[in-house]
Each structure stands twice: as structure tokens, then as C-alpha cells.
Write a protein that binds this ligand. Structure first.
Ligand code: GDP
Ligand code: IMO
Ligand code: MG
Length: 433
């Protein structure tokens, strides 16, 4: 049997709960593969007494018998990866046994991280709000054909290649008018961090480094089941997000093909995951953003503080034009609705049905990043009940059921999964996936 690869990705601005659902679905798969992004991601898993945040390692890693693959489209920061491996070992897992890395994945160098900070500083008020993990500069090098890849660490010439790239970044920082010494990396000086980073390459070498496109091709051909795990969200996509306030990779389904080396005809189900409301970290347009007590209530009830940077997330009502756009770009087959528990104790709940731009109503996401968008809302009735621990749709408050039904109707897609708490257990799966 020649299997297809299923995809799970975020439909909003990231942090939809991808980590939780990948962890829930992993038992049904043999391989979980990240296809883009890097340590800008923060994917949270919660089970038993464990709460664990992953950045580069795929979210199936806590299932010991499953292979977790870091694909060619991902950016690897070896020291962050080493720390992730160590923290998983601390809670009883052994990622060195089931973590595979593509030879073609690009490396994030310490200087990429300083350059990210320098670029942001030079933009002033126009800054993107990057996670400062070096994502933009490392993908820039990839596209400029000056990047270093995981496979290159085995080259006898690696030190020279590293020094050349690193010096080029230091010159770029200088050209921006900064002294590199002013940029610390995770609180450390460049020299301190670099020494640790270079040492961490030894940990990377101990992992299983593969030609991941052949590995996946053979796995699918032999009937293995593969789940591709997205990072960030569709509205942060480099082409279709609110450019330039985006990340530097294709976060949509198309990114699976280039980020793992699988043909479009091999894509199977596409699970589109979204919260019952919206959040965004960093700069850029957010039509339904709330600046009032309701927004603060969402932030507190949803614990909306970044998994990677700790920043408070901007919060707002569900945005259907953006959600429809994301479904269109991704070919979503199943919707997964997250964090519906967070909307409790709101008398009414708004859903943005359309945008009003310059007096005109539209359902399209505008090209202009500075468009003045007025959200046009329909109003649903709220609920007061706690729902964590509820195991079926029928047990949910009738107003919550109505909210889900409205979403399904407006999206013309089934909501296959409803998540009611951060915990693995609190997941209502309504249709066979
Ligand atoms: P990801 O980046 O898409 O994996 O999402 P994050 O892990 O950054 O953010 C999602 C946050 O919401 C995490 O703290 C999760 O533990 C939590 N979470 C996930 N699903 C639910 C849910 O259904 N209800 C609540 N209250 N929290 C959830
Ligand atoms: P997960 O996978 C939310 C945002 C940053 C910034 C912009 C560019 O956890 O959903 P970058 O560091 O990529 O250059 O930052 O993208 N961003 C995310 N926001 N969740 C993420 O990942 C994000 N990764 C990047 O805040 O606005
Ligand atoms: Mg996250």
C-alpha cells in the first residue's frame, strides 16, 4: 500500500494548539515530521503531571516507538536542539533513539541570531516582533545559497565554512551601524555562546542524520503512516501572510512538499487547527483585536503568554474571513477547534463574518497591510459552564454546541476535533480521522 502523508497545521497566527493535537494523534502514525520553521515555534504538550514545550523537535517525541523527523525545510539551531534533547531526557524520554534529522536542513548560526536582533533594532517602530531565533537571516542565507546545512558539519572544511559565514554576518551587523557586542544571545556574549554552539554540533552528530526525502518515500511505500506537523500559522506565511509582518517560511500545506520532499499528489488529509478566538504575537494587522476587558479576559483565561518568548499575546474574536482564506490556501479537509473552554463567562461571543474597508463589505483578506478594517460581527450567546473532562459533544453546554454548529455551517467543513483543556485527555474526537 502506498500511503499518503497527512498534514496538521495552524490556520491563524500560530499557537493554535498544534503541539497538543500532534501528541494526541501520534499513536495513529509511525512518523511525525516537521517541515518548516525552527526554534521560533513553541509547541506545548501536557499529559500526566508533565507540561513540556518543544521548539525544534516534533511533537510526537513523547511516544518512544515513533520516529520524529526534522525535515529539510526546518532550521536547526544545534545548541537549542541539544538543550531540548537534554530536557526530554530529564523527564524520562530518550530522543536520541527516535529523532531523525535531514541532512538538508539548514543551520542557524549564533551570528544569525545577532543579525536578527540587529535587523529588528534597525527597523525601530516598524519591527516585525521576531522571536530573535535567527529565522529571517538563516532563511535569507538558504535562499542566497550561502547557508550551511546539517550535512556540512561532517565536512573536513566545516570550520572554514563556518568562519566565512559568521564573519559575513558580523560585517552585516557592522554595516547596519551596530557593534555586535551589544547583542547578547540568550543572555550570553557572542564568544561564550559560540563556544557552546560549536560543542553542541557533537550532539547533533549523534542523532540519526538521513536523506529524509528517500526515508519518507520508502516509509510511505511500505505502508507507514506519516503526519506532517506545521509550525507558526497560515496568516504568518511568507507569501500569503500580512507581509512583511510574517515569518520567513511557507507555513501552508504547499510547504510540506518542499519542506519534506514529497509530491503534491502524496498529500492526504489536511487538519486545520484554530482557536475559538484569535491571538497574535508580534507586530502586524489583527482586524478583530480587542483592547478592552474582554481581550484581557481571553488572555487570562487562555493563559495567552508566548511559549517561546513569554510575551503577552494579543487577543480578539474569531475571524472568519481569515479562517476561510487559510482553508482555501491549505485545502483543509478537517477542522480542529481548540481552547473553546477559554470562552466561558462571556455573556455574548462575537464572530467576525465580514470586513468593512473604506465603506465596502468584503470577505477577502486585503493586500494592503495598513488597510483600515472594521470587523462586522454576528453575536452568539455565551455560556458559564466548565467543560474540561467532558468526553462528548452532547455533554457540552447547548450554547457551545450552537457556537460549533455556526462555525461548521459558515466554513462548510466539519469540526472533527474539539479541545477543552491543555491536557491530552480532554479532546473530543467526533469523526474517525
Ligand atoms: P502551538 O504553538 O500551536 O503548539 O500552541 P502553543 O503550545 O504555543 O499554545 C497553545 C497553549 O494552549 C498551550 O499552553 C497549550 O497547553 C494550551 N492549550 C491547548 N489546547 C487547549 C485547550 O483546548 N484549552 C486550553 N485552555 N488550553 C489549551
Ligand atoms: P508556533 O509554532 C506565534 C511570529 C513572531 C513574529 C513573526 C516573525 O508556536 O505557533 P520569526 O521569529 O519567525 O522571524 O518571527 O512570527 N511567530 C510566531 N507567533 N507562534 C509561533 O510559532 C511563531 N513563530 C513566529 O512573533 O511576529
Ligand atoms: Mg506556540
Amino acid at each position: 500500500m502506498n500511503n499518503k502523508i497527512d498534514v496538521l497545521l495552524g490556520l491563524q497566527w500560530g499557537d493554535e494548539g498544534k503541539g497538543k493535537i500532534v501528541d494526541v494523534l501520534t499513536p495513529q502514525y509511525d512518523i511525525v515530521a516537521r517541515f518548516q520553521g525552527g526554534p521560533n515555534a513553541g509547541h506545548t504538550l501536557e499529559f500526566g503531571n508533565i507540561k513540556h514545550v518543544l521548539h525544534i523537535i516534533p511533537s510526537g517525541i513523547c511516544h518512544k516507538e515513533k520516529v520524529n523527523l526534522i525535515g529539510n525545510g526546518v532550521l536547526v539551531e544545534p545548541l537549542i536542539l541539544q538543550n531540548e534533547v537534554a530536557s526530554l531526557e530529564n523527564i524520562g524520554f530518550s530522543p536520541k533513539d527516535n529523532l531523525y534529522v535531514s541532512k538538508k536542513a539548514h543551520l542557524i548560526l549564533p551570528t544569525h541570531r545577532m543579525l536578527d536582533a540587529a535587523n529588528e533594532k534597525s527597523k525601530g517602530a516598524q519591527k516585525i516582533g521576531s522571536t530573535l531565533k535567527g529565522i529571517g537571516p538563516a532563511y535569507t542565507d538558504k535562499v542566497a545559497r550561502t547557508g550551511l546545512r546539517v550535512g556540512s558539519i561532517f565536512s573536513s572544511d566545516f570550520e572554514n565554512l563556518y568562519r566565512k559565514a559568521s564573519n559575513a554576518h558580523l560585517s552585516q551587523i557592522k554595516a547596519l551601524g551596530y557593534d555586535y557586542n551589544e547583542f547578547k544571545i540568550d543572555g550570553e556574549s557572542f564568544e561564550e555562546y559560540e563556544a557552546k554552539w560549536l560543542k553542541s554540533l557533537e550532539t547533533l552528530k549523534q542523532l540519526t542524520i538521513v536523506d529524509s526525502e528517500y526515508f519518507l518515500e520508502e516509509a510511505l511505500a511500505s505502508g507507514k503512516k506519516v503526519l506532517a506537523e506545521g509550525a507558526q500559522g497560515s496568516m504568518l506565511d511568507i507569501d500569503f501572510g500580512s507581509y512583511p509582518f510574517v515569518t520567513s517560511s511557507n507555513t501552508i500545506t504547499a510547504g510540506v512538499c518542499s519542506g519534506l520532499g514529497v509530491a503534491p499528489s502524496k498529500i492526504g488529509k489536511v487538519f486545520g487547527i484554530f482557536k475559538a478566538y484569535c491571538t497574535r504575537v508580534g507586530s502586524g494587522p489583527f482586524p478583530t483585536e480587542l483592547f478592552d476587558a474582554d481581550g484581557e479576559k481571553m488572555r487570562q483565561q487562555g493563559r495567552e503568554f508566548g511559549s517561546t518568548t513569554g510575551r503577552a499575546r494579543r487577543c480578539g474574536w474569531l475571524d472568519l474571513p481569515a479562517l476561510k482564506y487559510a482553508c482555501m490556501l491549505n485545502g483543509v479537509t478537517h477542522l480542529m477547534l481548540m481552547k473553546i473552554d477559554v470562552l466561558k463567562n462571556f455573556e455574548t461571543i462575537n464572530i467576525c463574518e465580514k470586513y468593512e474597508i473604506n465603506g465596502e463589505l468584503t470577505e477577502r483578506v486585503p493586500y494592503e497591510v495598513d488597510a483600515e478594517i472594521k470587523p462586522v460581527y454576528s453575536v452568539q450567546k455565551g455560556w458559564c459552564a466548565d467543560v474540561d473532562g467532558k468526553k462528548s459533544f452532547e455533554e457540552l453546554p447547548s450554547e457551545m454546541q450552537a457556537y460549533v454548529n455556526v462555525i461548521e455551517e459558515k466554513m462548510s467543513l466539519p469540526v472533527a476535533v474539539i479541545s477543552t483543556s491543555p491536557n491530552r485527555e480532554d479532546t473530543i474526537i467526533r469523526t474517525e480521522l
